[in-house]
Each structure stands twice: as structure tokens, then as C-alpha cells.
Design a protein around this ligand. Structure first.
Ligand SMILES: Cc1ncc(COP(=O)(O)O)c(C=O)c1O
Length: 415
């Protein structure tokens, strides 16, 4: 993006930390001023609870809150705002599905299919659920390039037929791997999976996709997608679950209590319709309200520009910058830049990822080291941990140059 300096100016953190090199947006993104201002606006001007009061402050808060639901719905091209449920984060959205949907439909003879590249939050809930019910948990493997072993570019994939069958109740897969950066062709996978089993329910973990790609849930063909506000310039404490209304209507509530009930008697309770049936208790009101500002910001920059920018910077980092270290650096994930997002996980010689991250941190460079909540994937890659650098709209080639300088320093110190 040519106006990157202008974009940076919209993020107050760069004023307070002028030499910040933030390469950890996969963990959480920075926040633009308009998002921070909106939270302040709520607390300073109409800090009331939602759906309860009939006084003006509560009405304003409720209107602002419900406006975010509309904005989110349009952003991902949902059918209507009733399909948007606010949770605390992606993890809670998936656990809600495991509890309210999985427990209802899964029988011991059934299967749940996921992939080896999942974040723990789209792996452990399904593993625990299948263990509890006595059902089968199947995991799709990757090839050496960090691409799902599905021949998914080929229609009528024989491999997919071996994995997905009429017994598969749920396919839960990530859109973009938070480690490999792999962009899975979810649209094709879903179409093929539904050909093999029209009743399969597909859940897409879009935590790393919604902040970076234009998402159209109707085109994608999924039944549910989940994502987090804090990874898309929005506040922490807000997650989104989008689901087809017909499924949401049939599902159990996840939590019980205030605001999600219709009528309560001593011996029975009836519940509200979706989405309120799934939103028990007081939500993160100011944070939900501010999420719509984050979305408006992303829309203004344009998701197509964001993807283009991240592709260019990732290409620069891999091909022209990191490549200078030769075989010392091993980058995991797809070789083809079209198949990956702005995430680069790597190992560097025999240096420990935590030592690398510490030395980079001492130079003001924020990267992540560890298994990034993807232990099965790291076991598959035969490494205990990796270093991860990730890019977003406020990063530019200078950040990559600083990373390279930092890595040179790592080598000097650790050799
Ligand atoms: C692909 C993916 N799924 C799920 C999560 C969990 O997100 P949260 O911590 O917001 O629940 C993450 C977080 O990094 C992620 O990258």
C-alpha cells in the first residue's frame, strides 16, 4: 500500500513507541484511534447495559450494539444479522459449537474430521467431544509444502473420499493456518465434501482469514464460521460466530441466565430466538460497539488492498530478505506466494526460537516463538517450536529490513 505512513498515523501506539516493529498481528492486531475513541465514547457518554433500560443511555447503547451486528453481517455477506452471535473470542465460538451442536448430533458411530494444521481451539474441543461420545476423530495431514493432502485442486478427489464419508457429521477446518500461513481453498473443499456427504456440517475457523481477505460466507458454502475482533483491529473480548439460521434455531443454548430467556417458571424456562439465545449475561458492550469502527476502517482501506499489500510484503520478506541467509533459515509453509497469507514461521540454524525472539525483542522487534497453540502441527513438522513473524496493514519493507538486521544480530550473539 502506497499510503502506509498515513495508515500508521491512525494507530496511536506508533506515537508512543516510535521505533516499534510489530510483527505479531497473528496473535493480536494493533488498534486504530477510531476504535479506541469509540470505546471511550461508550464509557463517557452512554455507559449503560443493553436490552434492559428504557432510558436514553441504554437505548443508545442497545442501538449501537445492534448496529455492529448489522455491520458484521454485511461485512461477511451473511443472510441477516440474526445469524451473527457475539462471543468472547474464536475459542469460545468453537466451544459453543462443540457444546450446543456437536453434543446434540454426534453418535458413537460418527466421525469428526479436522486437520493437522489447526490451532488448538479448533482441535481440542473436537478431540474431547469425540472421546466423550466414543466417536472417531480424523485428522487430515499436510504435504511437505504445508498444504493439505487432499488433491483439493482436483475435482472428485479420491483422497477426500477416503477421509470424508456419510459418517462424517462435522468437518472443522481452518481457512488460514496461523503457523504455516497456508490459505486453504475452503470453497472447493466444502463443495467437494458436500458432494460426498450432503449432510456434513462444515465449520471454518476464519480467525486468520476475516482480518485479511474478503469473506463471503454465502459463496464459501460453510455452515458456520468463527473469528475474533482483536485480530482485525477491533477490541479484545469479542468473538463472532456466524451460522446458518436453520442450524442456530435447532441448537441448544450454550450458557443459561440473564437476557437469553423468554419466560422462566419454577419448573421450566423458554428461550429467546437466535442470536440472543446464545448471548447470556452482560456482553462486552463497549468492545462490541467499537468493533464496527474496526470493520469500517478495514472496508475503507479495502480488503483487496490489504491482501495485495500483505502478499507483496510477504514476498519481499521471503524472496529478497530472508533468502539472503540461505539454508540457515527454514521457512515452513507453501512455496507459492498465492497459497499463503502474511505469516512466516521459520527456524534459524540451531538457535532456539525463544533465544531468537528474546534478542529481537531487545531490539524492539515483536515476533512470537513457540508452538503458537499448534502442537500437533509442530510435532508433524518435527520441530518443538518456530519463530513467527506476521504482517498487517501497518507493516512495510522497513519492518522486514529491521527483522533481517535483528537476525544478523542473533547470529553474532549466539554463534
Ligand atoms: C487460526 C486460529 N484459530 C483460533 C485462534 C484463537 O483465537 P482467540 O484466542 O481469539 O480465541 C487463533 C489465535 O491465534 C488462530 O490463529
Amino acid at each position: 500500500m502506497s499510503n502506509i505512513q498515513n495508515i500508521k498515523k491512525r494507530f496511536p501506539i506508533f506515537e508512543n513507541r516510535s521505533d516499534l516493529v510489530y510483527l505479531d498481528s497473528t496473535a493480536t492486531s494493533l488498534k486504530p484511534k477510531i476504535v479506541i475513541d469509540k470505546i471511550r465514547e461508550y464509557y463517557e457518554k452512554y455507559s449503560a447495559n443493553v436490552f434492559r433500560g428504557i432510558y436514553p443511555m441504554s437505548e443508545i447503547a442497545t442501538t449501537e450494539f445492534e448496529e455492529t451486528r448489522e455491520v458484521v453481517s454485511k461485512f461477511i455477506n451473511a443472510n441477516n444479522a440474526r445469524e451473527i452471535i457475539f462471543t468472547r473470542n474464536t475459542t469460545e465460538s468453537i466451544n459453543l459449537l462443540a457444546y450446543s451442536l456437536g453434543r446434540k448430533i454426534l453418535e458413537p458411530s460418527d466421525e469428526i474430521v479436522t486437520t493437522i494444521m489447526e490451532h488448538h481451539s479448533n482441535f481440542v474441543p473436537w478431540q474431547v467431544l469425540t472421546n466423550e461420545i466414543g466417536a472417531t476423530f480424523k485428522v487430515i495431514d499436510i504435504n511437505e509444502d504445508g498444504i493439505l493432502n487432499l488433491e483439493f485442486k482436483i475435482k472428485n478427489s479420491e483422497l477426500l473420499k477416503k477421509i470424508i464419508s456419510k459418517k462424517t457429521k462435522i468437518l472443522a477446518l481452518t481457512y488460514i493456518s496461523n503457523v504455516l500461513g497456508t490459505i486453504n481453498p475452503v470453497e472447493e473443499i466444502i463443495a467437494e465434501a458436500k458432494k460426498i456427504n450432503p449432510k456434513i456440517i462444515v465449520i471454518v475457523d476464519a480467525a486468520q482469514a476475516v482480518p485479511h481477505l474478503k469473506i463471503d460466507v454465502r459463496k464459501m458454502g460453510a455452515d458456520f464460521i468463527v473469528f475474533s475482533s482483536h485480530k482485525m483491529l477491533g477490541p479484545t473480548g469479542v468473538g463472532v460466530l456466524w451460522g446458518k439460521e436453520k442450524f442456530l434455531n435447532e441448537m441448544y443454548p450454550f450458557m443459561y441466565g440473564g437476557d437469553m430467556i423468554d419466560e422462566v417458571y419454577v419448573d421450566r424456562t423458554t428461550f429467546k430466538d437466535t442470536p440472543h439465545k446464545f448471548e447470556a449475561g452482560t456482553p462486552a458492550i463497549g468492545e462490541v460497539i467499537a468493533l464496527k469502527e474496526a470493520i469500517k476502517f478495514l472496508e475503507k482501506v479495502d480488503m483487496k488492498n490489504i491482501r495485495k499489500h500483505e502478499k507483496e510484503i510477504t514476498d519481499f520478506a521471503i524472496d529478497r530478505a530472508i533468502a539472503k541467509f540461505g539454508e540457515e533459515i527454514k521457512i515452513f509453509g507453501p512455496k507459492n506466494i498465492d497459497d499463503r497469507g502474511g505469516i512466516i514461521s521459520f527456524s534459524f540454524g540451531k538457535f532456539h526460537p525463544h533465544d531468537i525472539a528474546q534478542i529481537l525483542a531487545d531490539s524492539g522487534i515483536c515476533v512470537r516463538a513457540g508452538h503458537h497453540c499448534a502442537m500437533p502441527l509442530h510435532t508433524r513438522l518435527k520441530v518443538p517450536a518456530t519463530v513467527r513473524a506476521s504482517f498487517y496493514i501497518y507493516n512495510d519493507e522497513n519492518d522486514v529490513e529491521k527483522l533481517i538486521e535483528g537476525l544478523k544480530k542473533v547470529k553474532k550473539i549466539l554463534i
